[in-house]
Design a protein around this ligand. Structure first.
Ligand code: ZN
Length: 284
């Protein structure tokens, strides 16, 4: 076990919505048929450190948009010890409302995001109502405060990714937004690729069926291709496990987290306790 593969990934579900395919996909078949969307945030952690990937939505934003809160992110953060004193790193994959909600609750944390994303939300293009409605003005204002306070790092990773820790890479995946980031993490179960909203649903990637909201559909397709290559393992290592950003039912698919997060989170790459080798079992 190398040091860099000692990360594990917590997938924390904080909300859900029963909606239609027309509300979720850009050009869906069966537009009136039902589609569920789940809302997540993620924590990647090693014995030494936790890194928060996005912060979920604020309670106000969920209420205003009539989403159901299944587990307030504030409770999840408290359980994990990510409180006002926590001076760790938050990776912000993009600046949409359902990913930026609790930045103000983490006044000592350092935020990392893509430079193109940050600059986009300051540009006139982002003022278009159909675009602006996908962000929360309170959170964008908080992001400004974070920048002014010297707690914001802007990166521009290329396709090889920017390694922010041994075994943790930030990868670009524009399309949904101009500076959408993904996080690839080396775990004991192999690399895990948190696509965030570069891919909302498994079906989006499998059928190349874009999500409804895109700033650049052509770039989104390029991102799908890059993700598919990582999934196949064309980059030297074995293929990454792709975790879509809003796929419903992920908690049923992966091993459950225990303790206070039980029922609200799955845990990938957790090191299993050593078991007897087959030879010892035979001998026994
Ligand atoms: Zn989202």
């Amino acid at each position: 076990m190398t040091r860099s593969s000692r990360w594990e990934v917590l997938i924390i579900r904080h909300g859900t919505l029963a909606t239609t395919r027309a509300a979720m996909f850009r050009n869906p078949d069966a537009p009136d048929s039902p589609q569920r969307i789940d809302y997540y945030l993620w924590v990647i952690r090693s014995p030494e450190e936790s890194i928060l990937v996005d912060t979920g939505s604020s309670a106000a934003a969920m209420r205003e948009r009539a989403r159901t809160v299944t587990f307030p992110p504030s409770e999840a953060l408290a359980e994990l010890g990510l409180d006002a004193r926590w001076a760790g790193t938050v990776v912000l994959t993009h600046a949409h409302w359902d990913h930026t909600g609790h930045l103000a609750a983490l006044p000592a944390a350092h935020v990392v995001m893509d430079r193109a994303e940050y600059e986009f939300w300051q540009s006139p293009e982002s003022r278009e109502p159909a675009v602006r409605s996908l962000a929360d003005e309170r959170d964008l204002a908080e992001l400004e405060r974070i920048a002014r306070g010297g707690r914001l790092t802007l990166l521009s990773p290329d396709v090889a990714g920017t390694e922010i820790r041994p075994g943790v890479r930030l990868l670009p995946a524009a399309g949904h937004t101009p500076g959408q980031l993904m996080v690839e993490v080396d775990t004991a179960a192999g690399p895990v690729l948190l696509t965030s909203d570069a891919v909302h649903f498994d079906e989006e990637l499998e059928r190349r069926l874009p999500f409804r909201h895109m700033t650049d559909v052509r770039k989104a397709h390029e991102s799908y291709m890059a993700i598919a290559l990582r999934e196949r393992g064309d980059f030297g290592a074995h293929g990454a496990l792709v975790i879509a950003g809003h796929e419903p039912g992920l908690l049923e698919r992966y091993p459950p987290a225990d303790g206070a997060l039980a029922g609200h989170a799955a845990l990938i790459g957790h090191e299993a306790a050593p078991t007897a080798s087959p030879l010892e079992e035979q001998a026994g």
